[in-house]
Design a protein around this ligand. Structure first.
Ligand SMILES: [Zn+2]
Length: 344
């Protein structure tokens, strides 16, 4: 049930007609049964407003969380005016930005393009298309991911803080309402200034990636860094972000200096020293001899080592590897070859 009112009552946080979503024991009225309700102010002196209505219905109909600080003594707002579940509902009550990609995906409104295992590809996004989103997930399954969308300042995105490629960092172990140390969602600020974290502003033009501002790359080696929240490498490696337009593109590189990337149980990609195909590392060495094959875990731990006498061949990837990105290193005859593969 939606309860809308006009006027300017006296209120305080969580008092009187403070806009909120709530629950009552099941009621039937005019043939309709309801349990959940929301109360919001629908007009100001300048006319009808929808910001709070959209926010409260996000809670009521979709179960969306608040994305602004609500806990006593906690003030950090890392999605600011990018989200109607945060301050955008009040900052732009006539035309707030839409629900963000994480909430749209969680509601089943779209299936994002998963680029996690698509290195060396150019990706294309349609600006302001709510279904045009790229997903990059943590292969260690820690509940972290990046969501990437393209924004132009028109239509429902007229009041977005800027335009270009917008990257969201999601950590499902976090919260935006209290001080857990990690955030459920935060906007990756392309300018690297952490203005949202520091409370300097609620988002700005320089938080977007685009060729127009020469902010065109996002990786483990850039500032801001693409590391996961525990500091480990994500290997997302976004570069060559295009200019602002109705279609925007970016390149997904291989993620770091190691060149071979392939997925266990998938076909090989690339044309490097060590590639991977259907659970096998394919090895081609410059000289016949004794070679040592070492496999390192994502955090650099040696997990497997074998000696091989070969001039070419393959080695089966150990089946007991946990999901993650691994480095395969082949050393012998005074040289070394290296490749990287995903185990999942
Ligand atoms: Zn709320």
């Amino acid at each position: 049930m939606n309860v809308l009112y006009v006027g300017t009552p006296t209120w305080g946080w969580s008092k009187g007609l403070w806009p909120h979503k709530g629950t009552v024991s099941t009621k039937t009225w005019a043939g309709k049964t309801f349990k959940y309700y929301q109360v919001s102010k629908s007009a100001r002196t300048t006319g009808p407003k929808i910001g709070t209505f959209v926010h409260e219905n996000g809670h009521m109909l979709c179960g969306f969380p608040d994305l602004y600080p609500t806990a006593t003594g906690f003030t950090t707002n890392v999605v600011g005016n990018f989200s109607v579940m945060s301050s955008a509902s009040a900052s732009y009550p006539s035309n707030p930005p839409p629900y963000d990609p994480y909430l749209r995906i969680g509601s089943g409104w779209l299936t994002p393009t998963d680029i996690t295992d698509l290195p060396n590809t150019t990706q294309s996004l349609i600006a302001n298309d709510p279904a045009s989103v790229c997903l990059f997930t943590d292969t260690n399954s820690t509940g972290e991911e990046f969501l990437i969308e393209a924004v132009e300042k028109n239509g429902v995105n007229t009041n977005m803080p800027g335009e270009g490629i917008l990257i969201w960092h999601i950590d499902e172990s976090g919260s935006n309402t209290d001080n857990t140390g990690t955030f459920l969602e935060y906007v990756v600020q392309a300018d690297g200034r952490s203005d949202l974290l520091n409370g300097t502003n609620k988002g700005g033009r320089s938080d977007f990636f685009c060729a127009d501002s020469n902010r065109t790359s996002f990786s483990d080696n850039t500032s801001p860094s693409a590391n996961w929240d525990n500091g480990s490498s994500s290997y997302i490696d976004i570069n060559s972000v295009s200019a602002i337009g109705s279609t925007m593109t970016f390149n997904r590189g291989t993620g770091g200096s190691v060149v071979a990337v392939a997925q266990k149980n998938s076909i090989a990609r690339g044309n490097e020293d060590i590639t991977c195909s259907k659970g096998k590392l394919e090895l081609s060495v410059p000289q016949t001899g004794i070679w040592k094959l070492s496999i390192f875990s994502p955090d650099g731990r040696l997990v497997s080592i074998r000696s091989l006498g070969l001039n070419a061949g393959y080695a089966v990837i150990p089946e007991n590897l946990a999901n993650g990105v691994y480095i395969a290193k082949l050393t012998g005859c005074g040289t070394s070859l290296v490749g990287r593969f995903l185990s999942r």
